[in-house]
Design a protein around this ligand. Structure first.
Ligand code: ZN
Length: 152
């Protein structure tokens, strides 16, 4: 259970979370387009340094989907405000282990900072979302064609 810390402590954790986000965005931008290898491990040290402070333990729980009706689950303790970073860092760590960076792309939307994994056939996806950046690009291309049609 989380003991609520003073707001300043939560502000510090929020700043750390934003720092991690920016660090991870830069990491993915740099590594996208090729599969990660063990050689990339040293650059992932910021994740390991947080993960080493994690407080998790195993727990037997009821699980209707298992034959025994029981399952072994991991449960996390949140003794400090900083421990709120753990689920985020765990998700990032799992992502670098499980995602093939060969298919990771940056959205081509001019103002968009989103990254995505392109598992479409032919790997020709260009936008984070067809409904947002894809549509903006279509509208921009349409306007450009209209302008050209009028002679510039
Ligand atoms: Zn986008």
């Amino acid at each position: 259970m989380l003991r609520s810390g003073p707001p300043a402590e939560l502000d510090k954790v929020a700043a750390k979370a934003r720092g991690l986000r920016e660090w991870f965005r830069a990491f993915v931008q740099k590594k996208k387009g090729r599969a990660l290898t063990a050689g990339d491990l040293s650059e992932l040290e910021p994740l390991n340094s947080v993960l080493q402070r994690d407080e998790q333990h195993g727990l037997l729980v009821a699980d209707a989907s298992s034959a025994s009706g029981l399952a072994f689950a991991m449960q996390r303790r949140y003794p400090t405000a900083e421990s709120l970073l753990m689920p985020i860092v765990e998700a990032l760590a799992k992502l670098v282990c499980e995602e093939d960076f060969t298919y990771v792309k940056a959205c081509e939307g001019p103002k968009c900072t989103l990254l995505f994994a392109d598992y479409t056939r032919g790997h020709a996806r260009r936008w984070c979302s067809m409904a947002i950046c894809g549509n903006r690009a279509k509208v921009a291309a349409h306007r450009a064609r209209l302008k050209e049609g009028k002679g510039g």
